[in-house]
Structure formats: C-alpha cells, structure tokens
Design a protein around this ligand. Structure first.
Ligand code: BTN
Length: 323
C-alpha cells in the first residue's frame, strides 16, 4: 500500500494531492494515508504536507548504488570488499562480527539507514534513511595499541580534506576528531580496537557523515549543535561522491602514515584544526584551569600552555570545557 501511495504522489509530479483524494482512490482511511506518508518519510522520501492543499513529493531518496561505487573506487586498493545493507542497527556491530569471523582488512560495511547508530561516549548517532553516510571498515594495521589515537586523527584529516573538496565548505577539525562547519558538527568518527597484548588485532573505523539531512531530521536538542552538508551549503550532495572522496584520501594518508610516520599527518591536522590557539578552560585534578591549546602530541593529546608558561597535555575531550 505504501508503494501505491508513492506512485500516486509520483504521478501528481509537482501538484499536491489531498489526503481525501488519496483515501478515496485507495479505499483506505485518512489516518492510514498519514501512516503511509510517515513510512515514506522514514524511507528518505521528502514530502510536503500542507493543511489546505494536501501532500506533494519533493524528492526521492538518493540510493547508494554499489556497482557504481565499486566502479568509481577503481584504482583504490584499500577496499577489499563491500557489504551493503538497507537497514541495520549499526554498521559498527556488523563490522565487528565480520572482523571476528576473519574478514580481511579493507572490508567495508555501508548502510542506507541505522536504527541504533552509535556515537562516542554511548551517544546516539542520528541515521535517517537515504540522507547520510553510515559506514564501518575493518582494518588490520600492524601497530601497537598505543598508536590507535593517531589513526583516529588521520581519519579526521582525510575526512576533512575530502569533504572540503566535495562541498567547498570551510570545514574544520575540533579536537580530537569531530568535523564542524560554522561551529556545528557534521560528521563523527568512532574507532574501536581489539588487541592482544597491546598489539592491535583489528580496528573498526566507523564514519558518520550528515550529508543531506534537513533541520527536521534532528531532535530539537541537537538542532543548535548539529548540521548537515546540505543545510550549510544550501544544496544536496551525492552520497557516493562523498564516500569515494573520503576513501581515496584515506588511502593516500594511510600509505603516507605507513611510510613517513605521524609527523606529516600531525602537520595537516594542525592546519585544519579549529581548536588550536583558542584559549579554553579545562578540568584537571587541581580544578578548572585556563590555557591555550598550542599543539598536538604524538600520543594524540592536546598540549595546553598555561598563563604561567607551564605546558599540560590533555588526553580526553571531555576534560575540555566548550564555549
Ligand atoms: C561520534 O562523533 O560520536 C562518532 C559517530 C560515529 C557514527 C558512525 S555511523 C557509522 C558507524 N556505525 C555506528 O553505529 N556508528 C558509526
């Protein structure tokens, strides 16, 4: 029935169809029509509902076409396989399971929608159908566990450069790895590692990019702190282009990191950072202290310079007071 509602809306093109008309034509109640409209919205269709005129289809979800993606990734060696799902709880959970079942490094899980997308510190990641990029990759780097934070910073650099390239927006990195435009978060990175004796067994690199969300896609409490590429640029973007740009930059920086170590990545991170050189307060065991973040350390910590000249490394973003 949802498909029949959709096809009537498609036939109407730019015209509105009233709820009454739809209910008469399909022989179901107006409440049932409303439920199908709601279902279509969850599937990523954008619909306008006007009290006097009825419903109108504004846009269809931008589907990620995997054979098109594979073709456009031609030349990229890092991705060894892609698993695509319409709806999953979290791509992160699937990638963990695949890694445990010996999936090779480079296995990429992509979903059109997540019902329980996870962020850092147990937060929820808003993942409506057809609007964002939700992906997790299995990586098996030959690295001691203590270097895992460097990998997170590397991902932030690759993502920031890729998204700047696609959107031309002034995107910056907030320490350690949030991507912001005009102070609002548009992308998040979640690296989860499994290790044996301090040696990484695998890392699951989770990336969430808010590509084509509109303000209504966010709960009210997030609307002042979260945004999407589409909201900020006032135009939609093709999700496949975003994925391809990220993966090719990630491959380039990952190779650079393997060959030259962390120094060039640190320089790039510092040049893209919106955190450095902005005085901030932060929590220490001696209470709240003010200082200026002056550089990024190899450990991934942020180095603060206090007014008395003392330098203090801060390891956790939750210690830094926003504002
Ligand atoms: C954060 O900034 O808190 C990290 C957000 C990470 C979200 C992505 S979306 C794809 C992958 N699957 C998840 O459940 N989470 C990550």
């Amino acid at each position: 029935m949802t498909n029949r509602v959709l096809s009537l809306l498609e036939q109407a093109g730019e015209r509105y169809i009233s709820g009454e008309q739809l209910s008469k034509q399909l022989g179901i109640s107006r409440t049932a029509i409303w439920k199908h409209i709601h279902k279509l919205k969850l599937q990523g269709y954008e619909l306008e509902a006007s009290r006097n005129r009825g419903y109108r289809l504004l846009s269809k979800p931008d589907k990620i076409n995997i054979s098109d993606l594979v073709q456009r990734l031609h030349g990229t060696k890092l991705v060894t396989g892609i698993k695509y799902f319409d709806t999953v709880e979290s791509t992160q959970n699937i990638a963990h399971q695949l890694a445990q079942d010996d999936a090779p490094s480079g296995t990429l899980v992509i979903a059109d929608q997540q019902t329980s997308g996870r962020g850092r510190m147990g937060r929820n990641w808003v993942s409506p159908a057809g609007k964002g990029v939700y992906m997790s990759m299995v990586l098996r780097p030959e690295l001691p566990l203590q270097f895992a934070p460097q990998l997170t910073l590397l991902v932030a650099v690759a993502l920031c450069i890729a998204l700047r390239e696609v959107t031309k927006l002034p995107i910056g990195i907030k320490w350690p790895n949030d991507l912001l435009i005009h102070g609002k978060k548009i992308s998040g990175i979640l690296l989860e590692s499994a290790a044996d004796d301090e040696k990484i067994r695998h890392v699951i690199m989770g990336i969430g990019i808010s590509v084509n969300m509109t303000v209504d896609d966010y709960p009210v409490e997030l609307q002042t702190v979260a945004s999407s590429l589409r909201i900020e640029a006032a135009q939609p973007f093709e999700r496949t282009a975003v994925i391809v740009a990220f993966l090719s930059h990630f491959e380039q920086f990952y190779r650079m990191y393997q060959q030259e170590g962390f120094a060039p990545i640190r320089m790039l991170w510092e040049s893209l950072s919106v955190t450095l050189h902005k005085p901030r307060q932060f929590h220490t065991s001696n209470g709240i202290v003010s200082g200026e973040p002056i550089s990024l350390l190899d450990s991934g910590a942020l180095l603060f310079q206090l007014e008395n000249g003392e330098q203090v490394p801060i390891f956790s973003a939750s210690a830094v007071i926003d504002g």
